[in-house]
Ligand binder design. Sequence first.
Ligand code: GTP
Ligand code: MG
Length: 391
Amino acid sequence: MPTNLPAEAKRKWAEVSAARNPRQKLQLMQEFLGLVPKHKGTAKLCAQVKKQMAALRKEIAEGKRRKAGQSGPKIFIEKEGAAQIVILGLTNVGKSSLLAIATNAKVEVSPAPYTTREPVPGMLSYEDIQFQVVEAPALMEGAADGRGWGLQTLALARNADGLILMVDLANNPVEQLSLILGELEKTRVLVSKPKARVEIERKFMGAGLRIIVFGKLLDCSFKDLEELLKSYRVTDAVVKIYGEATLDEVEDAVFESTIYKPTIIVANKIDVNGAEANLKFLETYVGGQLPIIAVSCKTGKGLEKIGENLFKTLDLIRVYTKEPSEKSFSTKPFLLKKGATVYDLARSIHSDFGERFYYAKVWAKRLVFSPQKVGATFQLEDGDIVEIHTK
Ligand SMILES: Nc1nc2c(ncn2[C@@H]2O[C@H](COP(=O)(O)OP(=O)(O)OP(=O)(O)O)[C@@H](O)[C@H]2O)c(=O)[nH]1
Ligand SMILES: [Mg+2]
C-alpha cells in the first residue's frame, strides 16, 4: 500500500534521518507524524515511527539515569564474538537453561514465570569461534504494543545479528511460534530472507546519488526510483538494490523499518512425554522455511547442533591469515560474509590494506594448485588460508 506522503512530510523525514541527538530526533519525529495524513496506507508507517519514538524515549531515560549514577535495567548488551544472537521465547521455555548449559553465563533457572527481567549474555563455542547468545526477557502477546518488557526485548532483537526463536515442546509449539512471529512482524523484523534487499549508505554532502541495481525493479523505472529517493532528500548516498524490489520496498528502506535477521528455531524439552508429536506438528507448520533444532537442556540432547546451524544461517566463512615471513597461519580466524573476496579480507585487516594490495597466495583443498597466486577479486570460502602481499 503506497504511503503517498506529502512533500513536507518527506522533507521532515530527511531532517529526522540527519538528526544525531536523540532528543532532537524525537522532536522531529513528532513533527513528522503531524504532517502524515492518516489513512490505511500510512497506518503501518505511523505505528513504526511511534515504536521508534518509544525506543528513543527509553534511550533518553536510560541516559539520564546513568548520568544521575543510578543503575536501571540494561537495554542493550555490547556485542562480542562472531555474532550477537538474541533468544526470543515465551516464559519458562528454557531460555536461561540453555544459557546455563551451553555457555559460561550465570543465570537463574526457575519454574516460576518471568524470572529473567533483563538481558543476560553468554558465550557459546562452535569449533574455533564463539557466538554471544543473549537471553531476552520473555515475550508475551502484545509485546510489540509495549506489554511486559516487550519493547526492550524487540529492540534487542532488532539490534542483534541473528535470532534463536525458542519454543517449549511440552506445550503447543505452533501457538508459541506464531505468537513470536506475530510480534516480530508488528515491529517489521523478518526471519526469512526477503526477495529484495535495499541498502542505503548515506554519504557526505555533495557526494551525489549513485543507484546500483544488482537485481530488477518490479513496478517502477530507474527514474521513478531516483525521484522517490530525491523526494526524501536522499541526494548524497550509494543505494544498492539486490533481488527483485518494488518501489514500496525502497520506501521502506528509507525509513530503515523492515530488516531481516538470520533465524533458527530451537525446540526445547524433547525429553518430555508428547514432545515428539509436538515436534512433528511444528515441523509441518514451518514447512522447511527455518531450521528447527530439537534439544533438551535437561539431558543435553541436540545442543551441539546449535552452533553449526547458527554459523550456516548467518552465512559466515572463516579465513585464516598468514604472514609472508612465517610458516604457520593464525589460529584465530577472520570472519567474513559468504561471497567475500580477498579484497574484502584485506580491507577488514586494515583500512589501507585495500589500496596497498598487490597479490595474495591462497591455500585451499578445492584448488588444483595450492597455494595459488590470486588477485583481489578471488572469492574466499570457509577454511581458506591467505597470505597477502602489499605494494
Ligand atoms: N523437562 C525439561 N525441563 C526443562 C528443560 N529446560 C528447562 N526446563 C525447565 O523449565 C523451567 C523454566 O526454565 P528457564 O530456563 O528458567 O526458562 P526461561 O525461558 O528462562 O523462563 P523466564 O526467564 O522465566 O521467562 C525450569 O523449571 C527448568 O528446569 C528441558 O529441556 N526439559
Ligand atoms: Mg530466564
